[in-house]
Ligand binder design. Sequence first.
Ligand code: CO8
Length: 256
Amino acid sequence: MLKLKTENNCLLCTISRPEALNALNSNFFQEFDAMLDSLESPDNEISALIITGEGKAFVAGADIAEMQHMDEAAARAFSFNGQQAFARLAKLPIPVIAAINGYALGGGCELALACDLRLAGNKAKFGMPEVKLGLIPGYGGTQRLPKLVGTGNALYLLMTGDTIDADEALRIGLVQKVYDDEQLLDEAMALANKISDQGPDAVRTVKKLVHLHNSTKIDEGIGQENMHFPGLFATDGPEGISAFLEKRKPDWKSKN
Ligand code: CO8
């Protein structure tokens, strides 16, 4: 289900099951876990991950047909498995960009929520339609969505099951940018390259600290910032500062 392609050290992961609008089934999670294994490996040289979907959907949700015959134990396992996978995705040390090319519904929206940055094509559609099926999100959506768009916007989407378009998603902060569909992947790649041009250890540390704000009190988080700040003076900092003063581009490899 996953087509993987590397370009400029950036991994493009295309979810490819267009006949079912890329609905997430057990096969998906097996392949996704294998991709995460390789991205978590210490030898990994990939500097950014872009996730997109083939055809008219990013992902139209968890596979409803697969859920049809689940009992409670199977539902718990299916939900837990997805939660674990998306938690691993959120914790990857590299930036993860969702390039949302179409429907991002239910589990598909939750996948996008577990990414660091969300870019939408202008035909993208977002929603949490689980209540229409008599269900709730099971891959972290009840927790990640309100943190991103606020309690009111999250409850509106979660209680009505309504679908919103890319401009509305931009307005409520669900996505960071909206592009013409034809430009979406190029823009996602340009964003990945732009981030890759920055101090790699600085970017990893920013990601770690910003995600920490969801689980810590502000004083503790600021304390963590102070703990991590000096470490940059032993990695990216000297090269970044010298390059600025010498009016040249930093060569991060020279100091790492
Ligand atoms: N699961 C399985 N198959 C799907 C899904 C899905 N989520 N979405 C679409 N498909 C299939 C359709 O059944 C159809 O298959 P077929 O051609 O064999 O009939 C094919 O994809 C094309 O779909 P449509 O003909 O419906 O395409 P339309 O353009 O008419 O409609 C929609 C597009 C509006 C996106 C429509 O397909 C739709 O409403 N899909 C379902 C969206 C949805 O409800 N998503 C939420 C699913 S629940 C969920 O994600 C919970 C996550 C947590 C799980 C925890 C585990 C227990």
